[in-house]
Design a protein around this ligand. Structure first.
Ligand SMILES: Cc1cc2nc3c(=O)[nH]c(=O)nc-3n(C[C@H](O)[C@H](O)[C@H](O)COP(=O)(O)OP(=O)(O)OC[C@H]3O[C@@H](n4cnc5c(N)ncnc54)[C@H](O)[C@@H]3O)c2cc1C
Length: 301
């Protein structure tokens, strides 16, 4: 059977699109690798209306409750690997199956960038990690390094300064790009040692990570750490949408109605060229895309 709509991803954009699609009683399916996406990685969300403070995982639990209210079932642990439109039908291939739909919303968000230094691959999940909210507690009372200088790295350092013995915050440029409020929190904490102008050269260890070699403007040193959080930015999960127009960052180009260059294929949230990447923006985009898909279907009929 051809679905009215297939939603790819269940972060804030995909979840909101699913709620709107359910309320419009569309025949739809949401295919996703996980629930919550990046929203589940945030330790404290202080800018989603209705909550002055909520943790990412708690906000995702609220989203989940909202979906349950509408009986929305997700195809979880399933990854879309190809998408193609022929005639009026969009064909989707996943790691588990194949599907057909009249409209699609791509809300696949972003994934973490890797550092690309010796030892990173070898020690993945053996000390090298990319999500503090998920893996931080493993390093309680240990020395850790956080690599990066934007909001993700600052957020990771703030979380780890409450858990770890010591946090080296390693930033390749001479100042942070993250929010000043977050900068203040790390700069004023005695557990955090900040190394600006510092490049990671390699990660060392035996079975697990034991250290990190860094270079600060030619001054080389080895830091003794058991955990390394790599927080150097994100890349859009847009690779499977081969036929869509993208910008230089690989983000799917959309207009203000969340439409891509292919009629019937919409995109929402962090995977798109929309300038700011926030939960409330992704959620708003998801709503807009679902309503757009609904209107598109009405026109097809
Ligand atoms: C550490 C951190 C802290 C943050 N803190 C805040 C904050 O305090 N406030 C705020 O407003 N924003 C915050 N953000 C940003 C916010 O989390 C994102 O803007 C928001 O989650 C984007 O939502 P999204 O639905 O577009 O994408 P994502 O949240 O990235 O969700 C994408 C979804 O798509 C799924 N997916 C990906 N590829 C595929 C595929 N091929 N097939 C199927 N499914 C797929 C993923 O599993 C996931 O479910 C933070 C981000 C980070 C990293």
């Amino acid at each position: 059977m051809i679905a009215d709509l297939i939603i790819i991803g269940a972060g804030p954009a995909g979840i909101t699109a699913s709620v709107y699609a359910a309320r419009k009683k569309m025949n739809f399916l949401t295919i996703t690798k996980d629930i919550g996406g990046q929203a589940a990685w945030s330790s404290d969300v202080e800018n989603y209306p209705g909550y002055q403070f909520i943790t990412g995982p708690d906000l995702v639990a609220k989203f989940q409750e909202h979906m349950d209210k509408y009986g929305i079932k997700l195809n979880l642990n399933e990854e879309v690997v190809d998408l193609e439109k022929k005639g009026n039908v969009i064909y989707i291939k996943t790691t588990k199956s194949s599907y057909e739909a009249k409209t699609v919303i791509i809300s696949a968000g972003k994934k973490v960038k890797e550092l690309g230094v010796p030892g990173e691959n070898e020690y993945k999940n053996k000390g090298v990690a990319y999500c503090v909210t998920c893996d931080g507690p493993i390093f309680a009372e240990k020395n850790v390094a956080v690599v990066g200088g934007g909001n993700s790295a600052l957020d990771a350092s703030i979380q780890m300064m409450n858990i770890a013995n010591k946090v080296y915050l390693i930033n390749i440029t001479e100042s942070f790009t993250g929010d000043p409020v977050m900068q203040d929190k790390v700069q004023n904490n005695p557990k955090v040692e900040i190394l600006h102008n510092t490049r990671v050269e390699s990660i060392t260890g035996e079975r697990f990570v034991k250290g990190i070699n860094v270079d600060t403007r030619g001054r080389k040193q080895s830091l003794s750490v058991e955990g390394i959080f790599i927080e150097i930015g994100l890349m859009p999960n847009s690779w499977f949408a081969r036929e869509l127009d993208k910008n230089e960052r690989g983000e799917i180009k959309v207009n203000c109605a969340s439409e891509t260059n292919i009629p019937g294929i919409f995109a929402a949230g962090d995977v798109t060229s929309v300038p700011e990447k926030q939960i409330v923006i992704a959620a708003g985009d998801g709503a807009k895309a679902a309503l757009g898909a609904f209107r598109y279907l009405a026109r097809l009929k």
